[in-house]
Write a protein that binds this ligand. Structure first.
Ligand SMILES: [Zn+2]
Length: 199
C-alpha cells in the first residue's frame, strides 16, 4: 500500500505543461482538496468524485469503501504560471543536467560518487553558476585540484550551460516512465528522457 502511495504522478499546470512530479499520496490529497483534477489518457479531467466513480483498472489504490484507479497525471486548477524559464541552480539539477556523467572523464557514477566542480576554481573567483559548475568524479576532482581545465590538461566533455528544460521532470522521468505521461512531455523532453538526444 505505501509503495503505491509513493509512486509518481505527473503534475501539469493549467496549460497542460509538466511542472512537477509528486507522490500519489500528495496527488490524492490535491485531488481530494479540489486543488487538482485527475487527467486521463484522452485529456479528460475529473474531480475526485468523478474519478472515484470510474471503473478501477490498471494500477489501483484502496479507499475505505472501494478501489480506485490510480491517477498518473493531475492538473492544477489554479496554477497559472508557465514553468519557470529560469531553472533553479541546485546540486540536484546539475546532476540531472549532466546525467550523472563526470564531465572530465565521461564516465557515469551514482550520485553519491560525484562532486560538483567549479570549472574556474571558486577560490580564484569562479562563480557558483550553471555556466561554471559541472559534475566530477572524485578522481578527476582530485587530479584537477585548484586549477582550470586548461592548466590541468583536462578537457570538458561538454561546456556547462544553463538548461532550458526542467531537469527535475526529465530526471525523474528517466527513473520510472509512466506511459500515461507520454502525451504531456514534449518531444525534446521525451527524447532526453529516453537518452536518444544528446544535447
Ligand atoms: Zn571523472
Amino acid at each position: 500500500m505505501s509503495e503505491i502511495l509513493n509512486s509518481k504522478v505527473l503534475v501539469l499546470n493549467r496549460s497542460y505543461l509538466p511542472v512537477h512530479i509528486t507522490s500519489l499520496r500528495r496527488a490524492l490529497t490535491l485531488l481530494y482538496c479540489e486543488i487538482a483534477l485527475a487527467v486521463d489518457c484522452e485529456y479528460r479531467t475529473f474531480d475526485f468524485r468523478a474519478w472515484r466513480a470510474l471503473m478501477p483498472e490498471g494500477d489501483t489504490v484502496g479507499l475505505v469503501d472501494r478501489t480506485m484507479r490510480v491517477p498518473r497525471v493531475i492538473l492544477l486548477r489554479g496554477f497559472d504560471r508557465v514553468p519557470r524559464r529560469e531553472v533553479r541552480f541546485s546540486r540536484f539539477n546539475v546532476y540531472a543536467r549532466d546525467r550523472g556523467q563526470c564531465q572530465y572523464c565521461g564516465r557515469r557514477f551514482p550520485r553519491s560518487e560525484l562532486n560538483l566542480d567549479h570549472v574556474h576554481p571558486r577560490s580564484r573567483g569562479g562563480a557558483s553558476a550553471w555556466e561554471n559548475v559541472v559534475c566530477s568524479c572524485v578522481g578527476c576532482n582530485r587530479a584537477k585540484g585548484n586549477r582550470t581545465p586548461g592548466e590541468a590538461g583536462m578537457r570538458l566533455v561538454r561546456s556547462p550551460y544553463r538548461p532550458q528544460w526542467t531537469p527535475f521532470v526529465v530526471d525523474t522521468y528517466r527513473q520510472r516512465r509512466h506511459a500515461d505521461w507520454m502525451p504531456f512531455l514534449s518531444v525534446t523532453e521525451t527524447a532526453e528522457g529516453l537518452g536518444v538526444a544528446n544535447g
